[in-house]
Design a protein around this ligand. Structure first.
Ligand code: SF4
Length: 354
């Protein structure tokens, strides 16, 4: 079934994940099927993990866990270093709820293993050093050198979700279970241990599912329980609203998937501008710096990067807001840039000099 046909089928008929091409062709299996597969490999000590993002869908799963509807041995939030403060507030809100209801499941907060400053650190490293690995899904344009014409040229891969969200979760639970077995993090996982990590993709996001097998660790599988429940993003938001739980969508403040009001998916630049003007100005700063550095010709990135889907500078798309805010936050922005310059010099320039 082509993606287009699948999309039509998905919304014409009652949702049923078992009818989708991704399930039928074995791109993913259910939690029960994954557990059975692990047991057949002799892995009968299976840990169920929630990769918690602090937003709507994984909060829905967390509440299902609190209600005893889904079992987790670990809840793990990986901090990308660029979530808006309101997402950190939501994470704290859920931690308080966990305490209030007396749920004792370990709730781990983790980060990227060698870039603990997360996406901000990766971007600053790319801007300030010869680091080449660009890990964000920016919109690209290409320049036709003969005609001078600039044309849209796709998007960079969404590598940040894997590198700053999913891998740190895997590493954190791996460490926790090795420790439980009295082993160090560089030792081998016992042969009877397996993991199923739940990711909060919804039925309407089924095309984001690429695999149920961790490429890094043979004994880790990935499951998509909201898809198995045939629940959409709107269903999760409705559930949270009805229960008067927090409903902000999780993402990074500079995420290129942020949109405008007319493409409303609940993750928009307006929310960032209103709630965190300084973060908006940081995003504008990164947006301009990425193009300045790319045009300098020292990077392997051939295309011209933009954070906004219109492939225009963010400060130009929101020129009224930008002009209104830039002077008020100028010193704070400068302080932030200076702080990062010091960190990058201390941590990564040494590596270059060595
Ligand atoms: S929210 Fe956006 S920028 Fe942040 S990790 Fe996900 S895709 Fe990357």
């Amino acid at each position: 079934m082509s993606d287009q046909v699948e999309q039509m089928t998905m919304f014409d008929e009652a949702p049923d994940f078992r009818l989708t091409s991704r399930y039928r062709s074995g791109v993913f299996r259910t939690r029960a099927e994954l557990a059975e597969g692990l047991r057949q490999e002799g892995r009968d000590e299976i840990y169920h993990v929630l990769s918690f993002g602090g937003g709507t869908q994984s909060s829905h799963l967390l509440e299902q866990h609190f209600r005893g509807e889904i079992h987790y041995d670990y809840i793990v939030f990986s901090d990308t270093g660029a979530e808006p403060e309101f997402i950190h507030e939501q994470v704290k809100w859920w931690q308080r709820r966990q305490q209030e209801i007396g749920n004792k499941t370990p709730f781990i907060i983790t980060r990227h293993s060698n870039m603990s400053g997360g996406l901000e650190e990766m971007l600053m490293r790319w801007i300030l050093t010869d680091y080449q690995r660009f890990q964000m899904p920016v919109y690209c344009s290409s320049l036709d050198r003969k005609t001078g014409e600039i044309k849209p040229a796709g998007m960079m891969p969404r590598q940040c979700t894997v590198d700053f969200k999913i891998i740190p979760v895997k590493q954190a639970v791996r460490r926790a279970v090795l420790q439980k077995h009295g082993l160090k993090s560089n030792q081998k996982m016992p042969a009877n241990v397996g993991f199923i990590i739940d990711i909060g993709f919804s039925y309407d996001e089924i095309r984001r599912i690429n695999t149920d097998q961790s490429p890094q660790f043979q004994y880790i599988r990935l499951a998509y329980p909201l898809v198995e429940e045939n629940l959409t993003t709107a269903d999760s938001i409705h559930f949270l609203e009805v229960n008067q739980f927090p409903t902000r969508r999780s993402r990074c403040y500079l995420c290129p998937f942020n949109c405008d009001g007319d493409r409303d998916i609940g993750m928009d630049w307006d929310e960032i501008i209103e709630a965190e003007p300084l973060s908006f100005l940081k995003a504008c700063w990164f947006d301009a710096e990425l193009r300045r550095v790319q045009l300098g010709g020292t990077k392997i990135m051939n295309s011209i990067p933009y954070l906004h889907y219109s492939r225009r500078p963010l400060a130009e798309v929101y020129s009224i807001e930008y002009e209104r805010l830039k002077d008020t936050y100028a010193s704070k922005l400068k302080e932030w840039v200076n702080k990062w310059q010091e960190v990058i010099e201390e941590k990564w320039m040494k590596e270059i000099a060595a």
